[in-house]
Design a protein around this ligand. Structure first.
Ligand code: MN
Length: 720
């Protein structure tokens, strides 16, 4: 194990400006905290953070990254807090260590394969500084190198799978090629040990001849290029075991059939020369169709640039050739580390404030989805991470929700039934209100009850489309059920009146006529007044028409109600959530009353339109959430309003002399005025009317409704 002095002097070799004090302090603190711990290998635990730091040192990372590597497990393994660490070392190091620790804690949750994509996004989202990911990856690399010390086979397999699913794509994205191939090959050896050993045996045999083949190919390629006066360096290598295995699996090949086992790199001085080499090689050998790729004019998302081509090369071997400049080669091998080196070398970047701009640039590269293979961010851009939160269910499943999502949004994301019946939530073990806004990494659970149903007030805080539409659907369904049973009663009564026996089967056979998709749909339309009961009965029992002179009126479909002419009340300080000076209108479609659940819709040039939460018109605005305004009645005003609001009632009452005047006198006795009245349906024994009345507030309205219901002439009263 390296002593502190040996470690520091090793770093000083590549970075003469090394912060000796920082590295020394970090070394000592980590050593002290891990003093009593052992690794699975039996070694002192400190060998692990030291090894992680050395992995980074090999790529010449900066002092802060090295300090974070040394300290990456101290919060997890001790009572040391981020604040302690900040005081003892530095705030920057403490923040980064905290970032690494957060990701480590997440690993404790089981990560299913299907979740890997989300998990990778989560890792990115939580790593505001790219060095958090880099330290985490070096940590994983060392843990993979020592994975054979873990005795439980299942645990080894889980870690290996997670490495392939989560970390390899991240490394690939960062472009650190040797970390990627090493992680892949180790993971492969634990997940498919038989395949691994067999491939290794075959590959060793090939390598024996292979080295001969490689060197003779290199010689021939060199002489071909020399004839064209091209100065270059050529290297050959065999494919990694894991990539051969993937090819075998993907194309169901035998090992012997796998081509391009050997790949060559031609390194030249500039871009122009790259294309020159390509031309010469294509002239000298046959090309393999479909293998040419120009990553110079269209770099991979991780910044990789090269020309790739497939050739039937020397001795008729199928080979792959990659052509690039020295600069491109460094990026291909080191990825993000190469960027680090460049930036560190340029003195300009050392200026304060500019120092870490490269990280932002790297994050931009990561986020850029310019296509390319293995592009794990294909569909989701990094920018979106700012718009998302990642939370866990109690058993560790990961959910991605839009920022601002509440416990109710989470409940609906898990399952519609859970959303529809949720009672309360708990975040990280603490009971919280349903409207609580979730944060990255929260573990959320929800209690449900069969007796609880969605509340319109949820509309004021849910943000997901699913929650919105489920709540709206539920509320509409409730209303629909009422319509259906009402319509059924009306039709039964009418059928009986005509002297027939009501027969559900007739409805079942004939509802298609009305261009609806089910009996219930038809009944709902009748209940709502969109189709007259008469039209349905006529169609079900056409025989009665012979005896009856019909009037055209009976067939008229009421296609909705006329808009009343009440202009709505101008804004009074009744509402909370408004910007002062906003003009307020109360929607005429749904007549919201003080105390009703409401929402505001901002209308250009017309101020805010206040709608009832149940209002159907709101569907039209579901695509423009930015126009929704979260408003509510100010509590003091609900029962204490001076102005008059309008409310619309649907009333069914007996078709008897004087019954309409009874209804209107009940209303005027309750200090309300009738503003508008229309007959929607008329039977021999009942009327159905829609009436707009003036109302102070909800309590007033329910008083009016209750008085009406008490009358023996009134069959039903409903707010429309
Ligand atoms: Mn570790």
């Amino acid at each position: 194990m390296l002593s502190k002095d040996e470690f520091v002097s090793l770093i000083s070799k590549y970075n003469p400006d090394t912060d000796v004090a920082l590295l020394g302090k970090s070394y000592d603190l980590s050593y002290r905290i891990h003093a009593d711990q052992k690794r699975a290998s039996g070694e002192s635990y400190f060998t692990h953070p030291l090894a992680v730091a050395l992995i980074l040192a090999k790529k010449q990372f900066d002092d802060v990254s090295l300090a974070v590597a040394l300290l990456h497990d101290v919060i997890e393994d001790s009572h040391l807090s981020v604040k302690d660490l900040s005081e003892e070392i530095s705030e920057e190091v403490a923040t980064l260590v905290e970032g690494v620790t957060k990701i480590t804690t997440l690993e404790m949750h089981s990560v299913e394969e299907k979740q890997a994509e989300n998990f990778r996004k989560l890792v990115l989202a939580m790593s505001k500084d790219i060095r958090v990911i880099i330290v985490k990856l070096a940590d994983r690399l060392h843990n993979m190198r020592t994975l054979h010390f873990i005795s439980k086979v299942e645990k080894r397999r889980r870690i290996a799978q997670e490495t392939l699913d989560v970390y390899v794509p991240l490394v690939e994205r960062l472009g650190i090629r040797d970390w990627k191939t090493e992680l892949e090959d180790i993971a492969f050896s634990f997940l498919y040990p038989d395949d691994y050993l067999e491939l290794q045996k075959k590959n060793n045999r090939l390598l024996k001849d292979g080295n001969k083949i490689i060197s003779s190919c290199v010689e021939e390629l060199q002489s071909v290029l020399k004839k064209a006066s091209i100065e270059c360096e050529i290297m050959g290598r065999c494919k990694t075991l894991y990539s051969i295995w993937c090819k075998i699996k993907k194309h169901s090949l035998s090992y012997e059939k796998v081509t391009d086992l050997i790949a060559f790199r031609v390194i030249v001085k500039d871009v122009e020369e790259c294309y020159h080499v390509l031309g010469v090689l294509h002239g000298a050998y046959s090309t393999v169709p479909g293998r040419f790729k120009d990553y110079i004019s269209l770099p991979k998302p991780n910044g990789y640039r090269s020309l790739h081509t497939g050739l039937i090369g020397p001795h008729n071997y199928r080979i792959e050739v990659q052509i690039r400049t020295q600069g491109m080669h460094e990026i291909a091998e080191l990825g993000v580390a190469a960027h680090w080196l460049y930036k560190q070398r340029s003195s300009e970047e050392k200026m304060e404030g500019k120092r870490y701009r490269w990280m932002q640039e790297m994050l931009d590269i990561l986020s850029n989805s310019r296509g390319g293979d293995g592009d794990f961010l294909k569909e989701t851009k990094m920018a979106m991470f700012a718009e998302q939160v990642f939370v866990f269910s109690p058993n560790g499943d990961l959910y991605v929700l839009p920022r601002g999502a509440s416990v109710v949004d989470f409940a609906y994301a898990v399952h519609t039934d859970i959303g529809n019946h949720c009672v309360s939530g708990a975040v990280n073990g603490r009971i919280v209100p349903l409207k609580t806004i979730l944060k990255n990494g929260d573990q959320v659970s929800v209690t449900t009850s069969e007796k609880r149903f969605p509340s319109p007030s949820w509309f004021t805080f849910v943000v997901t489309g699913k929650a919105r539409s489920c709540i709206r659907r539920y509320l509409r369904m409730l209303k629909r059920e009422q319509y259906i049973s009402f319509a059924k009663e009306m039709i039964k009564k009418e059928v009986k009146r005509l002297g027939y026996t009501y027969d559900e089967a007739r409805l079942q056979n004939k509802y298609h006529h009305f261009d609806v998709s089910s009996v219930d749909d038809l009944l709902a339309k009748v209940g709502e007044g969109l189709v007259t009961k008469q039209a349905v009965v006529d169609h079900l029992y056409p025989e009665h028409l012979k005896d009856k002179k019909r009037t055209r009126e009976d067939d008229i479909l009421e296609a909705g109600y006329h808009e009343g002419d009440s202009a709505g009340e101008e804004g009074k300080p009744l509402l909370r959530g408004l910007i002062p000076g906003m003009v307020v209108h109360y929607a005429k479609c749904c007549h919201p009353l003080p105390g009703d659940p409401i929402t505001g819709i901002v209308t250009t040039g017309r101020g805010v339109m206040v709608h009832h939460m149940d209002c159907k018109l709101l569907d039209r605005f579901s695509d423009v959430p930015e126009r929704w305004l979260d408003i509510s009645w100010s509590t003091s005003s609900v029962d204490n309003v001076e102005g008059m609001f309008s409310s619309r009632l649907s009333i069914v009452f007996a078709n008897k002399i004087g019954s309409l005047s009874t209804v209107s006198s009940i209303i005027s006795n309750e200090q309300s005025n009738v503003k508008d009245l229309r007959v929607v349906d008329r039977g021999d024994d009942f009327y159905r009317i829609v009436m707009d009345i003036e109302i102070h507030n909800r309590a007033h309205l329910s008083r009016v409704i209750n008085r009406l219901k008490l009358s023996s002439l009134v069959f039903s009263v409903e707010k429309v």
